[in-house]
Design a protein around this ligand. Structure first.
Ligand SMILES: Nc1ncnc2c1ncn2[C@@H]1O[C@H](COP(=O)(O)OP(=O)(O)OP(=O)(O)O)[C@@H](O)[C@H]1O
Ligand SMILES: [Mg+2]
Length: 296
């Protein structure tokens, strides 16, 4: 019998909803993939069972996590996984003929079947073609993407963290059904804050409970204030928390993988502080205070 003890569980299963389900959003190029990969690997090093989901059709997350190029070249995204899509929905990807589709199939085996192993034990699930998920098209690949997203219910110690393409409107309600937390990434620039704010409001409208702000690529003192004052000028937003991340030249030097940045860079430390706050939500309450005070 297959051991599914470390799998992403379906919503109906016992102990569901005790994990952490985070979606990372923001304007193009602000650092979403870098942050997602660093959070994922940091939490995995502390013992979390982490599934990193790449919902950006440009598919950068695997390389950023440190998966080798040969493995990456062989990844078949969920939307193109013919056998899986057909088994679950009753129709093949690309079959938009209006055949009867199962619209909310059970995707609780998705990680076991389709994820690829990344360093530190993170598992990568590549969505592919998600730009229309939740939209009007009732084709099998959209049905499976929406179901996969909406059915992310986790047990204690499990984390799903999803990297997205700029803008999340295409996800629609499936996003809020699958994720309870959004990290809105901005740089200290007016334009990125404006996009971040729009995204935060949309996430809020969709019903995502907790929305955090991450101000990335801060080069000098005052950058955080610059971002916050842009936010004020645009009408403000009640973010649950604000995290400042420094600009670090080594990110660019070590591209595409963030593997070498995880140990003792100021950026890693700031990201670990954020990761600790996210991850502490999924460990036993009794252990939570110890965990947060000792740090990792
Ligand atoms: N804190 C940082 N310090 C220095 N460089 C950074 C930092 N964060 C990200 N970068 C660099 O900024 C660029 C964009 O980062 P990344 O690819 O993570 O952004 P993204 O939001 O995922 O972009 P896209 O929207 O294109 O997917 C990359 O070259 C990355 O190495
Ligand atoms: Mg990216």
């Amino acid at each position: 019998m297959r051991d599914t003890s470390d799998s992403v569980k379906g919503p109906h299963e016992q102990g569901a909803d005790e994990g952490v389900r985070v979606v990372v959003v923001g304007k193009g190029g602000v650092g979403k993939s870098t942050l997602t990969a660093m959070l994922a690997r940091s939490m995995a090093r502390w013992g979390a069972r982490v599934v990193a989901v790449d919902a950006d059709e440009q598919r950068n997350l695997g390389a950023t996590l440190g998966i080798d190029l040969d493995t990456l070249a062989h990844i078949v995204p969920l939307a193109q996984s013919v056998e899986y899509v057909e088994e679950k929905t009753g129709a093949k990807p690309g079959d938009g003929s209006g055949a009867m589709l199962r619209l909310n199939p059970d995707t609780s085996d998705i990680v076991d079947r389709l994820a690829v192993e990344a360093p530190d034990g993170v598992r990568l699930l590549t969505m592919g073609g998600v730009q229309r998920a939740g939209g009007g098209c009732l084709c099998p690949e959209n049905s499976i993407l929406a179901a996969a997203m909406a059915n992310m219910r986790l047990r204690r110690g499990e984390v799903v963290i999803m990297d997205t393409h700029a803008g999340v409107e295409h996800f629609g309600r499936a996003l809020a059904r699958g994720f309870d937390r959004a990290l809105v990434v901005v740089e200290p620039t007016f334009n990125s804050v404006q996009v971040g704010l729009d995204t935060a409001r949309l996430a809020n409208d969709l019903g995502i409970e907790t929305i955090d702000l991450v101000v990335n690529q801060c080069r000098r003192e005052g950058d955080l204030d610059t971002a916050l004052s842009c936010l004020d000028r645009l009408g403000g937003f009640a973010f649950s928390s604000v995290t400042e991340l420094p600009f670090d030249e080594r990110v660019v030097v070590s591209e595409p993988s963030i593997g070498e940045l995880l140990d003792d860079t100021p950026l890693a430390k700031a990201i670990q502080a954020l990761a600790r706050r996210l991850f502490s939500r999924t460990i036993d309450e009794a252990r939570r205070d110890d965990y947060l005070s000792v740090g990792h």
